[in-house]
Design a protein around this ligand. Structure first.
Ligand SMILES: Cc1cc2nc3c(=O)[nH]c(=O)nc-3n(C[C@H](O)[C@H](O)[C@H](O)COP(=O)(O)OP(=O)(O)OC[C@H]3O[C@@H](n4cnc5c(N)ncnc54)[C@H](O)[C@@H]3O)c2cc1C
Length: 386
């Protein structure tokens, strides 16, 4: 079936400029206090509970959510500005970001009133960290093959199985897990999966760290052995999670975090090249900035569609695909362009270390949140090509 791909040429409204100034002033203060160093890029520790609490105090977590749950009822475009500034600065948002971006909205849409009242205000205050429990050892791209079972027993579900690559599971209070409650049917292989809110402190959950190439251990294998999850922690329709997951992926794939992960490399490249760069370097930087600008326009456009209540899954896939390919290529291009600059012993070592680190980070970018191949399959289907 062909879907129309549409990027409305939206611009951030002038009112967002004031918010941007406020976020920049807040971040400048945090940098001055030594919370993080923007020049270190991804080498900064991304996780800082106290920082998240301070962001929460400003009203910048769950800012689009209803006031009754602690939100600010602000627009997705305001949220865009906050996310963008935090990412450009490499602020340590890991503790609250997943909950703000997608777990909170899922609870808001599908949770019981009691869950919403209990959990959303805590997320808003920066006090709750969430993990995403989708991938499994034999089910990554093909989410609908998930096999971790949740079997109904009275007013609870008994959960057994394994999730993998679960970012922040070792820190999170909660996981939103995609679990198998029934087998798929002959006419719908997506049938039979249900989303659950799982308290990570429940007995029977074991979290084992997985080492990553840059030296960090941000993701894990999570094993469930006879974990009893209350039935009122079901989010949405039993067996019908496939209808819900698509909307969540639009939140997950389209934000500025999908092309700003190695951004510091570009900022430091500009510093290295100086105000009067070699013409060849200037041309290369021009290309990078033009591409970045286009990605930004597309991502803002998706934020506008979310604001309008649409589910721009296709457009979000395009932003994620183009964005991650761009940020993945950036370190190698920056290394080449920096060769046109006069060597500066004072900055050269730090810049090379930054590029080295970004090079180690880069391979994961086109895998996390959906691989490039899979996204292109979704886009091709949307275009009616398959
Ligand atoms: C840094 C990082 C953090 C992550 N965090 C989380 C997390 O918090 N929670 C979570 O649930 N998951 C997380 N993931 C997992 C991620 O979503 C999966 O790795 C990803 O969806 C791919 O699944 P897979 O690893 O099983 O690879 P596979 O699905 O086995 O894919 C292997 C290769 O085959 C290709 N392929 C697969 N299917 C197709 C197809 N239909 N057409 C064409 N090519 C195909 C893929 O593109 C890939 O190149 C994370 C991954 C990374 C790298």
């Amino acid at each position: 079936m062909q879907t129309q791909i549409r990027f409305d040429p939206l611009r951030l409204p002038p009112e967002t400029a004031k918010l941007r100034d406020e976020v920049r002033a807040f971040l400048a203060d945090e940098i001055a206090q030594g919370t993080f160093d923007p020049k270190l890029g991804q080498k900064n520790p991304g996780y800082d509970r106290d920082f998240s609490r301070r962001v929460g105090e400003r009203g910048w977590i769950g800012m689009t959510w209803p006031k009754e749950y602690g939100g600010q009822e602000r627009s997705y475009l305001d949220r865009y500005v906050v996310t963008e500034e935090m990412r450009v600065a490499c602020a340590p948002t890991w503790s609250h970001f997943v909950a703000d971006r997608q777990s909170g909205p899922v609870i808001l849409k599908y949770g019981t009133e009691a869950l919403k009242a209990e959990i959303l205000p805590k997320i808003v205050r920066g006090e709750r960290c969430f993990a995403i429990g989708m991938s499994e050892p034999n089910s990554g791209s093909d989410l609908f093959a998930a096999a971790t079972r949740a079997e109904a027993e009275g007013d609870q579900y008994r959960v057994n199985g394994t999730k993998i690559w679960t970012s922040n599971a070792h820190r999170a209070e909660y996981m939103i897990a995609l679990l198998r409650t029934s087998p798929p049917t002959n006419d719908n292989r997506r049938h039979g999966l249900t989303q659950f809110l799982v308290d990570m402190r429940l007995p029977g959950i074991t979290v084992r760290p997985i080492d990553q190439m840059p030296g960090s251990t941000d993701f894990n294998e999570v094993h469930f052995e006879d974990v009893m999850v209350p039935a009122d922690h079901v989010l949405g329709e039993v067996d019908g999670a496939w209808k819900q997951a698509t909307a969540e992926l639009a939140y997950e794939r389209s934000g500025p975090e999908r092309f700003l992960e190695t951004y510091t490399v570009l900022a430091e490249l500009l510093r290295t090249l100086g105000k009067d760069p070699d013409l060849r370097a200037a041309e290369g930087v021009g290309r990078l900035v033009a591409q970045l600008h286009t990605l930004r326009r597309m991502s803002v456009s998706v934020a506008g569609m979310l604001e309008a209540g649409r589910e721009p899954v296709l457009e979000a896939s395009i932003v994620k695909d183009l964005g991650t390919v761009w940020e993945q290529a950036l370190p190698a291009i920056a290394r080449d362009l920096a060769a046109f600059a006069k060597p500066n012993p004072e900055t050269q070592v730090a810049f090379e270390e930054l590029i080295d680190h970004a090079t180690l980070v880069a391979p994961k970018l086109t895998i996390q949140g959906g691989t490039t191949e899979v996204l292109r399959g979704i886009i091709a289907r949307g275009l009616g090509l398959r």
